[in-house]
Design a protein around this ligand. Structure first.
Ligand code: ADP
Ligand code: F6P
Length: 324
């Protein structure tokens, strides 16, 4: 028989992402509407181990849907990767009467959720990362906001780059994944897009492209470089030396992770938060929520972690076609 859920916890873990607050709000309000108590766990698994646990009422999540970041705070916690840390976490849940936890984060955070589930605490994960690199879902909380923020910043750099007839290398976030770079590459009309999934580290190709695009009469040359490739500043120096064209690097950095979430991030995060609570109340545990083919779905965490995802070949090809 499924365990009766009377009180749930909610935490955010790993890198923050705009829209996490909308998800927290939805978890709190759905649970309350269903007659369940909610506790907020601050600073991810670290806050759980330090017992930074607060009661959450409907009014505690007023006026947060439009705010970036996470009101609960987030952290990376090495101790939670150990068996002892996980057992301590499960004991603390039991001490506070927490029957289940909604974990908003990425793949690493789901590993922690999986450990808690094995120790008798029901867990449901929600995908929260600006990188879009969670395989079981076409949508992750924060990507839409981050890519729009980056796109707007790049538009501005492009204006000045064109005026000065410069080449610009703009580095966007994405340590292991090139989704932000690919989307900006297409949305900003970049001449080159360097992503970890595809880049062959042949800088001579980029240099040839720049020379070719000058011959075609282009006044700028925009290169979107993913953080996973990095080295934008030294790349700019080498390109300028090889082409004789002034080249500047701009690293957008953490500004991409903050700011007010877009309507899409508020909406999807709200549905995912509610969905996570509702499936937990049906007795499910060790699941992660996803969005696929127009529907909200859920998977076993192990199954989700085994899935693979990469950039779409056709979309990448279209990005190249746009540079003629
Ligand atoms: P993300 O959730 O965005 O992938 P991390 O990989 O940094 O971010 O993971 C966030 C946190 O989840 C870690 O700091 C740690 O507390 C917990 N975590 C990560 N991997 C594991 C693991 N293998 N077992 C238990 N907890 C983990
Ligand atoms: O996962 C989101 C992300 O912003 C990555 O794109 C980036 O590499 C990483 O987080 C940076 O993390 P930190 O906050 O630890 O510097």
């Amino acid at each position: 028989m499924a365990k009766e859920i009377k009180t749930i916890g909610v935490l955010t873990s790993g890198g923050d992402a705009p829209g996490m607050n909308a998800a927290i709000r939805a978890v709190v309000r759905t649970a309350i509407a269903r007659g369940i108590k909610v506790k907020g766990i601050k600073k991810g698994y670290m806050g759980l181990l330090n017992e930074e646990i607060i009661d959450m009422e409907a009014r505690n999540v007023s006026d947060i849907i439009q705010r970036g970041g996470t009101i609960l705070g987030t952290a990376r916690c090495l101790e939670f990767k150990t068996k002892e840390g996980q057992m301590k976490g499960a004991e603390i849940c039991k001490k506070h009467g927490i029957d289940g936890i909604v974990v908003i984060g990425g793949d690493g955070s789901y590993r922690g959720a999986q450990a808690l589930s094995r120790l008798g605490i029901n867990t449901i994960g929600i995908p929260g990362t600006i990188d879009l690199d969670i395989a079981c879902t076409e949508y992750t909380i924060g990507f839409d906001t981050a890519v729009n923020t980056a796109m707007q910043a790049i538009d501005r750099v492009k204006d000045t780059s064109s005026s000065h007839e410069r080449c610009s290398i703009i580095e966007v976030m994405g340590r292991d994944a090139g989704y932000i770079a690919l989307w900006c590459g297409i949305a900003n009309g970049a001449e080159d897009i360097l992503i970890p999934e595809k880049y062959d580290f042949n800088e001579q190709n980029i240099i040839n492209n720049i020379i070719e695009s000058r011959k075609k009469g282009k006044t700028h040359h925009l290169i979107i470089n993913a953080e996973g490739i990095g080295h934008s500043t030294s790349m700019a120096r080498r390109i300028e030396a090889a082409t004789g064209i002034e080249t500047r690097a701009t690293i957008l950095g953490y500004m991409q992770r903050g700011g007010n979430p877009t309507a899409k991030d508020r909406y999807y995060a709200s549905i995912m938060g509610a969905y996570a609570v509702d499936i937990m109340l049906t007795g499910k545990t060790n699941r992660v929520v996803g969005y696929q083919h127009g529907e909200f779905v859920d998977f076993d965490i192990e199954e989700a972690l085994q899935m693979k995802k990469s950039v779409n070949e056709y979309e990448y090809e279209v990005a190249q076609l746009m540079t003629v």
